[in-house]
Design a binder for this molecule. Structure first.
Ligand SMILES: [Zn+2]
Length: 265
């Protein structure tokens, strides 16, 4: 059976899960929770779906959230759960905190231009990108529009391409196939470049032909499987990829080998 790594999931500390999920569901129309936001539920879903490991992304929506997220991420790290802590770009200690994240042995950082209110190509972010390169941390970035926010460009494929131009060493993981609801721009600016992209929340929206074309035209060592669980069902996300009629070798890269290689370094 195909081994699977899910490169994009979320969960919350036990004491916060219920409130956080209620709030996030109420913020955007069309958002449905498939799990209750607890780590135990994510692990059960992984067991049901033959998912070996999940990358768990947290988002510091305020600078002060760095510490609690960092602490919780340390507690839950395991063979099966690879947490990515988060720094807020307005945090005056953000660069130092990138160093702490690396020292603690984490693989990377998660940032979200809408929840953290920044543009990915703002030069103010450069010291953070430099620190991530220096520490060899990957950066998982929400890319494209976000269902819960007004459509102002903050992480468009064009903006991301300028970050790639300036930070060739940055191991950047773009979510939602390079940019949610900006896939024509993804094909224009990102497909073919050395940037990772994962599949979450996109196969439900893209037509199959475009999705297949994008995945086939991108360098195969840069494609990853992601679900954004609990906001999607991991089982349905696996089926959506399987329905694309991709080659065995491409599926193996997408579901497992690329993610395993990234998490090993
Ligand atoms: Zn997400």
């Amino acid at each position: 059976m195909q081994q699977i790594i899910d490169f994009h999931t979320h969960a919350f500390p036990e004491a916060l899960a219920e409130r956080a999920m209620r709030q996030l569901v109420s913020e955007a129309e069309g958002v449905v929770a498939w799990l209750d936001g607890r780590l135990s539920s994510l692990l059960a879903s992984m067991d049901d779906n033959n998912i070996e490991t999940s990358v768990l992304c947290s988002i510091a929506t305020r600078p002060e959230q760095f510490e609690p997220i960092f602490k919780w991420s340390r507690e839950i790290a395991s063979e099966r759960i690879v947490p990515l802590p988060s720094v807020h770009p307005d945090d005056p200690r953000a660069v130092e905190r990138i160093g702490r994240i690396a020292e603690a042995g984490f693989k990377g950082v998660k940032m979200h231009p809408y929840y953290q209110d920044f543009c990915v190509d703002d030069p103010a972010l450069d010291p953070l990108y430099t620190a991530m390169c220096d520490h060899n941390l990957m950066l998982t970035l929400h890319t494209g529009f976000d269902i819960a926010f007004e459509r102002v460009e903050k992480a468009s494929p064009r903006q991301i391409s300028t970050v790639l131009d300036r930070f060739a060493q940055l191991r950047l993981i773009t979510t939602h196939m390079g940019g949610w609801q900006q896939w024509d721009q993804v094909e224009r600016y990102l497909i073919g470049r050395p940037v990772y992209m994962e599949t979450s929340w996109s196969l439900e929206y893209l037509d199959a032909e475009q999705a297949r074309r994008m995945l086939q035209n991108h360098p195969r060592q840069f494609i990853l499987f992601g679900t954004d669980s609990p906001w999607t069902d991991q089982a349905a996300s696996i089926r959506a990829v399987e329905k694309l009629n991709l080659s065995e070798s491409l599926l193996e890269h997408l579901f497992y080998t690329n993610a395993r290689a990234l998490l090993k370094d």
